[in-house]
Design a protein around this ligand. Sequence first.
Ligand code: HEM
Length: 452
Amino acid sequence: MSIGWDGQPYAKMAKDWGPIIYFRVPGREFVFLNDYEDAVNLFEKRGSLYSYRPHMHMAHELVGRKITVLFAQYGDRLKQYRRMINTITNPRAAPQHWPLQTKETHKLLGRLLESPDRFLNHLRQHAVATTMMMVYGYNLVESHDVHIDLADKMAKLTNIASQPGRWLVDSFPWMEYIPEWIPGAGFKRFAKQLHSELEQFTDAPMRMTKERIVDGNAEPCFVVTQLEEKDPVNPALHEEYVKYAAAGMYSGGTDSGIFPEVQKKAQAELDDVVGTDRLPAVEDMPRLPYIDALIKEIHRFSPIINLIPHAAPVDDEYKGYIIPAGAAVIANSWAFAHDEALYPAPYTFDPDRYLGVRGKDVVDPRQFVFGLGRRRCAGVAVAESFSFLAVASVLSVFDIKKATDEMGREITPEFDFDDALISHPAPFPCKILPRSPVATALIQRTLLTSSE
Ligand code: HEM
């Protein structure tokens, strides 16, 4: 049995069976939490317990992922990774990335103007370019840069290695010791291949930055600052820690609608607050409550990361149940995001639900779409300014419209996201048109000034 990454089926089951669902496959146990309050009670209130990852023999041991940030068990190594990452992502340090994020957003607008049909590629390139610069000081200029593929490949391989129920060796770890030539041991050769490809992914950008440091032409970035650290906590392992902390951000940061009424309201607010002779800046954020509500609703409507498992090292009693030690305990953010009790009419895209009197007690979906407790996303502050700039800037100068078919009829896209650890929208047609000649001129002028 293979367990999918999409939270929706478990949310449906919870309607019949109750909010806490337990599954067992030989050697592995899963507990799905479909109620936000249960997730807060376990992951936050009992955070010291639920900050581990369930042991996945294939991913952790055979593919060697146990020393990566995402898969590491809670302990000194993980704390050191998170401390390092925090030096550039904590809310006080995050503004240092605003100029980079702004510049990259302007480049995105230029690309959308030039080739609007390739918008999914442009969005992907935008995320990878911004993260590569922040972490490795690497300037990604081409749309076919090898690092874009590398990030995609990394995400795919990680999905394969960690998919629950896919690998018998996860249920029967002794299978690790069966010789490779025995029929049925193909998983061992496959694991070796995944191991070496994933290591390559982790090594390549780090090596590049180190070479630049030697050549004296490295750009300021996370890796350079960390390698210059005079007094590291653990000198023997310092470089290895930097390498994996950097790769953690690389994979975290690179993976991250068409509602005409919503667009109009957002554009009216932007025109009113920012005007039409400049592009939005991060400093405008507090004065743009509708854009903030729109971003919350985007996160809620289709959370991109649904089911990252936590685990506790000992049995735990909760609401009369025993949650077994080592079981994969999963906070189903899709279920919270579509819970009628938290968000009435959950299938309606409605940013106004967060505003005014109606929005007074509504849970901000960002409280759970970035995870809960001590393993909560390490890049929240960086992700927030990044998303704000992208949404506000694109809407200030472009209209996004439904594509039309050969008969001129509008095509309504299906909301189709792939079933992966981190979901991406499936390709869908749409038209991205400059809002006016003034908007086109504004993009071109901004690009000229920023390249001077
Ligand atoms: C919209 C953008 C993003 C979303 C929705 C998101 C969401 C998440 C989620 C749900 C987790 C798992 C939390 C858990 O285990 O409970 C996570 C982990 C993580 N994220 Fe993000 N993330 C985003 C952007 C970023 C960025 C920009 C960075 C880096 C600069 C980043 C770095 C990380 C790292 C390092 C982890 C692993 C933390 C750990 O296992 O201790 N993320 N993220």
